[in-house]
Each structure stands twice: as structure tokens, then as C-alpha cells.
Ligand binder design. Structure first.
Ligand SMILES: [Zn+2]
Length: 164
């Protein structure tokens, strides 16, 4: 197997097909996790920031990214994770927010413009019926990334992201 030359664009395209291990309807690039792609001769380096440092999927993401780049014919792949700057829900691509909603996960409110302390954050909407009449039932969902809510209008539980 020979090493084929690749462009950073090809790498980005390949990474756009790598699903988020916890939310298969979005990719790691949809979530804004991929921070940097460099191609130096036959060597490809990918830097990513996991959505939350507490997420157990870190090594899954690392392996998936490595596999996607190797599938392009690249043998020398370096995948690094960085926590600086920390991932923010603002990095989620706009069209991915809609897919999150269709999947049944309330998209996070943009965190960027909010003051550090806010008493009235962007309200969370039920992804099924759109009602704002929702209650948080627990601080943590199945992972540290999500919160559990229940909708008082349609009585359905759903998951929402913490805005960070
Ligand atoms: Zn509802």
C-alpha cells in the first residue's frame, strides 16, 4: 500500500462522515470538534476538542478520526486532542442543530452572547411539540453532556444539551 497525497479538504470531507459516537445523526465536524487539520507530505495531523472532557467517548472519537484518515490511504496519521480552548456549544454547525432537534435532542442555546451569569437563560423547548413548558428532571443525562427534561405539555421525557 502506497501513501497517496491528500489535501486538507479531502481530510475535512472524510471527517465530516465520522459520526459523533453518542449522537449518530451528527458528525464530529458538525459538532465543531475538529479544530485543525494539517497535511505535511504524507503525514496528516488532526487536532480535535472533545465536546466535554468528562465524555467517555474520547478514545472512540480518536480512533474513528484515525480510521477515517487512514481510509484515504494515509498511513502516517496523528490524532491529538486539546482542551484549550474548551469546546463550546457555539461551535455546533447551524444545520446540525436542526438535526439534533429532529433526533429528539433539544439543541443548545447559543452561549456566546450571554453574560457569564444569567438569571434568564434561553428557554429550552420540547423537541417534539415545541412547548416551553418543560422541567429539568436531572442534572445529568446518560453522559455528562446532556440533561434530562420532561415536557409538561406532551408528557414526553427528552434530552437537552447543557449550554457551555
Ligand atoms: Zn412536548
Amino acid at each position: 500500500m502506497t501513501t497517496l497525497p491528500v489535501t486538507p479538504e479531502q481530510v475535512w470531507t472524510a471527517l465530516a462522515a465520522v459520526p459523533d459516537p453518542e449522537i449518530p445523526v451528527v458528525s464530529v465536524t458538525d459538532m465543531g470538534m475538529v479544530r485543525d487539520v494539517t497535511v505535511d507530505g504524507g503525514r496528516v495531523s488532526v487536532t480535535f476538542t472533545p465536546t466535554f472532557s468528562g465524555c467517555p467517548a474520547l478514545h472512540v472519537i480518536r480512533d474513528s478520526i484515525g480510521e477515517a484518515v487512514r481510509a484515504l490511504g494515509v498511513q502516517d496519521v496523528e490524532v491529538r486532542s486539546t482542551l484549550t480552548p474548551p469546546w463550546t456549544t457555539d461551535w455546533i454547525q447551524e444545520d446540525a442543530r436542526e438535526r439534533l432537534r429532529q433526533y429528539g435532542i433539544a439543541p443548545p442555546a447559543p452561549a456566546g452572547d450571554s453574560p457569564l451569569i444569567t438569571l434568564d437563560p434561553e428557554p429550552t423547548r420540547c423537541p417534539r411539540c415545541g412547548s416551553l413548558n418543560v422541567r429539568m428532571t436531572g442534572s445529568f443525562g446518560p453522559t455528562l453532556c446532556k440533561r434530562l427534561y420532561v415536557c409538561d405539555a406532551c408528557k414526553e421525557p427528552f434530552e437537552g444539551f447543557k449550554s457551555v
